[in-house]
Design a protein around this ligand. Structure first.
Ligand code: LLP
Length: 421
C-alpha cells in the first residue's frame, strides 16, 4: 500500500495534488511520501517484535538527508557503504551506535571516519580488510566491533546484477572458511567480534533463499560459539522484493519475512539486524515527468518525456519495469494506445518501456513512474548535461523541496579551465 492515489481524477501524493508540485518545481521531479516511508519502516519493526532488533535502512536506496532524518527520528538504524553515506546518516542526526558499515572496499580513511565518529559495527568482507581495520583501530587506541559477512552460496533467484550470495560473487567470505577467519579476527588486537552478517541479493520475490541462508547462519552461530566467539548479533541483510506492477503476484510481506527470521534464528538469543532499502523506499516515491512530444514513427508511437535514463536508470540498466500512469486519470473506458516511452538522451537504450498501453496523452501532460523511490534519485547522473532531478517530500497537505534542481551556473562552475590552456 502507498499514499499515491487519484482523488477527483488527479493523482495525489498524500493530500497534495501532483500538478501543484509540478507548477512549483517544474518537471521532472521525484516525490516521496512521508506516510509511506513511516508505514514501511513500522512493518519491519512490527514483524520482528518481540525479538531484540534494529532495522537499519539501506541508505544506498534513497539517501536524501531529509528522508534519513524522518526514518532516524522513528528509531531506525542506517546501513552505509561509503564515507559519504556515513556523513549523510550523521548529518541526519543518526547516532553512530545505530550505523552499520557494509561494503567490500572500505578504505582506511573511511574506517577512521567511522571509528572516530561512532559506529555500531563494521560488516567485514575479507581478511585484508580485517587486518587493515585492526591496524586503523589500534592506531586510534580503540577496538572495532565487527561481524564478518559470510557468503552462503545461495541462489537468490533475482536479476544477476543484484544477486550477491553465490560463491562466484565478490561479496563476503565463503561460509566454509568462516571458522578460520573468525579465529584470525579474534587474534587481532584492534578487533572485537560481535556477530555474523549475510546479505544474498536484492528484489527477492521468494522467501526460500532467505531461509536457506539463515539456516546456514544459525548453524554457523552454534559452531562459532563452540569455538569461543561471542556471537550476540546477526545482521541478516536486506533484499525483500516489492511489487513493481499492480497486477503481478505479490512478493512475500514483511510479516512473512519476520516469521521466517523468528523460525530460523529466533531462538539463538541474538539481537537481529536487517538492512532493508527497497521495501521501505521503493513504493514511497514517484518520478513525475512531462510529455515533450508525441511522435509517430514507423508502426509505433513514441512518448518523448522530459525524464530520461540519467534520471531513472533502472529500465535501461536492468530492463526493469516501472508502471507509468497519467497524472490526470483517464475516464473509465477511455481508449488506450501502445507507446514506446522514451527520454531525450541520445541513446536507443534511453527507453523506459516499449509498446506500453497508455491513455491518449498529449504534449504538456504529466505522467508518473511508480515504485521509483528506491534506486531512483540515488542512481541519477548528469549525462547529456541534464541537471539532477529535484526531490520533494510530502507529509499530509504540505510539501517541501528537499533537494533543489541545480542551476546551470552551478553545474558549469564545477568545471575549471586550466590557466595554461
Ligand atoms: N545490504 C547490502 C549489503 C546491500 O548490498 C543491499 C543492496 C541492501 C542491504 C539493500 O537491499 P534492498 O533491501 O534494497 O534490496 N540498484 C539495484 C539494486 C542494488 C542493490 C544493492 N545492494 C536496483 O535498482 O535494483
Amino acid at each position: 500500500m502507498d499514499h499515491f492515489l487519484y482523488r477527483n481524477g488527479i493523482l495525489h501524493a498524500e493530500d497534495v495534488a501532483l500538478p501543484d508540485i509540478a507548477a512549483s518545481v517544474g518537471t521532472p521531479f521525484y516525490v516521496y511520501s512521508a506516510a509511506t516511508l513511516t508505514r514501511h519502516y513500522h512493518l519491519f519493526t512490527e514483524a520482528l517484535s518481540p525479538l531484540p532488533h534494529m532495522v537499519c535502512f539501506a541508505i544506498k536506496s534513497l539517501s536524501n538527508v531529509a528522508v534519513l532524518k524522518l526514518l532516524g527520528d522513528l528509531g531506525a538504524g542506517m546501513d552505509v557503504v561509503s564515507g559519504g553515506e556515513y556523513r549523510r546518516a550523521r548529518a541526519a542526526g543518526v547516532p553512530g551506535d545505530r550505523i552499520v558499515f557494509s561494503g567490500v572496499g572500505k578504505t582506511r580513511e573511511e574506517m577512521r571516519l567511522a571509528l572516530t565518529g561512532g559506529i555500531r559495527q563494521f560488516n567485514v568482507e575479507s581478511e585484508p580488510e580485517l587486518r587493515a581495520l585492526s591496524e586503523v583501530a589500534v592506531s586510534l587506541g580503540v577496538t572495532a566491533p565487527i561481524t564478518i559477512r559470510v557468503n552462503p552460496d545461495v541462489d537468490a533467484r533475482t536479476h544477476e546484477k543484484i544477486a550477491t550470495g553465490k560463491k562466484d560473487n565478490k561479496f563476503g567470505i565463503p561460509i566454509a572458511r568462516a571458522p578460520e577467519v573468525y579465529a584470525e579476527a579474534a587474534s587481532l588486537p584492534g578487533i572485537e567480534v560481535v556477530g555474523i552478517d549475510v546479505h544474498i541479493g536484492s528484489q527477492l520475490t521468494e522467501l526460500e533463499p532467505f531461509e536457506q541462508a539463515y539456516l546456514k547462519v544459525a548453524d554457523l552461530t552454534h559452531r562459532l560459539r563452540a569455538e569461543g566467539h561471542d556471537i550476540r548479533r546477526l545482521d541478516l541483510g536486506g533484499g525483500l522484493g516489492i511489487p513493481y506492477t499492480r497486477s503481478n503476484e505479490a512478493p512475500p510481506l514483511p510479516t512473512d519475512y519476520g516469521a521466517l527470521i523468528k523460525r530460523t534464528v529466533g531462538d539463538l538469543g541474538c539481537e537481529v539486524e536487517i538492512e532493508p532499502g527497497r521495501l521501505i523506499s521503493g513504493n514511497a516515491g514517484l518520478l513525475v515527468a512531462g510529455v515533450i512530444y508525441v511522435k509517430s514513427g514507423e508502426g509505433r508511437d513514441f512518448l518523448i518525456l522530459d525524464a530520461a535514463m540519467n534520471d531513472l536508470a533502472r529500465p535501461s540498466m536492468y530492463g526493469a519495469h516501472h508502471d507509468i500512469v497519467p497524472v490526470i486519470e483517464a475516464p473509465p473506458g477511455a481508449p488506450t494506445r501502445p507507446f514506446d516511452v522514451v527520454g531525450p538522451v541520445c541513446e536507443t537504450g534511453d527507453t523506459f518501456a516499449k509498446g506500453r498501453d497508455l491513455p491518449l496523452v498529449a504534449e504538456g501532460d504529466l505522467v508518473a513512474f511508480r515504485s521509483a523511490g528506491a534506486y531512483g534519485a540515488v542512481m541519477a547522473s548528469e549525462y547529456n548535461s541534464r541537471p539532477l532531478v529535484p526531490e520533494v517530500l510530502v507529509k499530509g497537505d504540505h510539501f517541501a523541496v528537499i533537494r533543489e534542481r541545480p542551476s546551470f551556473d552551478e553545474i558549469l562552475n564545477r568545471d575549471t579551465i586550466p590557466a595554461w590552456l
